[in-house]
Design a protein around this ligand. Structure first.
Ligand code: GRF
Length: 201
């Protein structure tokens, strides 16, 4: 295999998708390695998980910065120190400026818990139930300036079952997220492209 791509992960909380990526990247033939985990919240549980696995971590409190751009420039400095070539958002609860998304265009990816373009934004599971959809799921996509708008790399679908609550549906989707994200990063690390409409089954 050619050199592994250097991937950083940005989180704000629990970090279960981060863990799925770290676990996948342990395989000798996986084409990316995780070079660091960043959080905008020092108390994010995922930071402990990463540290316990000897992965470098960093945090920056946005309150220390006058502007969003100042914060992001400091973040870019950290990512460059790690030599990051791909940046994976995994529950990173902060809107990024167009300057940042353009700086990392084609190398910045996100996981969103819906079948985009349906249910952009928050509370996707409750909204899917309220809409009465028969299928729900998750999407890994390239990040562009518009919220949850960039081209999809891969999607996974789950059925919505009778009696589902936002919690039961979220758990079903999350299990798929943990399969989907490592596969999407694998594809981006290998060829850097998306296959529009790709679905894993
Ligand atoms: C996931 O549902 C992800 O799709 C969304 O935020 C959640 C993060 O969960 N963007 P975790 O921190 O990866 O456990």
């Amino acid at each position: 295999m050619t050199e592994k791509k250097r991937a950083a992960i940005l989180i704000s909380g629990r970090g279960s998708n981060m863990s799925a990526l770290i676990d996948a990247a342990r395989a000798p033939d996986y084409p990316a390695r995780i070079v660091g985990v960043f959080s905008n919240r020092a108390g994010a549980a995922g930071l402990q998980t990463a540290r316990a696995q000897d992965i470098p971590t960093a945090t920056l409190a946005q309150s220390r910065f006058d502007t969003r751009l100042d914060f992001e420039n400091a973040l870019t400095g950290i990512l460059e120190d790690w030599g990051a070539e791909i940046v994976c958002l995994a529950g990173f609860m902060r809107i990024l400026t167009p300057e940042f998304t353009q700086r990392w265009a084609g190398r910045l990816i996100n996981i969103h818990p819906s079948l985009l373009p349906d249910f952009r934004g928050l509370n996707t599971h409750a909204r899917a139930l309220a809409a009465g959809v028969a299928e729900h799921g998750c999407t890994v996509h390239f990040v562009t300036p518009g919220l949850d708008e960039g081209p999809a790399i891969l999607q996974a679908r789950v059925p919505v079952l009778p009696g589902d609550t936002p919690e039961t549906l979220s758990a079903r989707v999350l299990a798929e997220e943990h399969r989907l994200y490592p596969e999407a990063l694998r594809r981006v690390a290998l060829d850097g492209t998306s296959k529009p409409g790709g679905v894993i089954t």
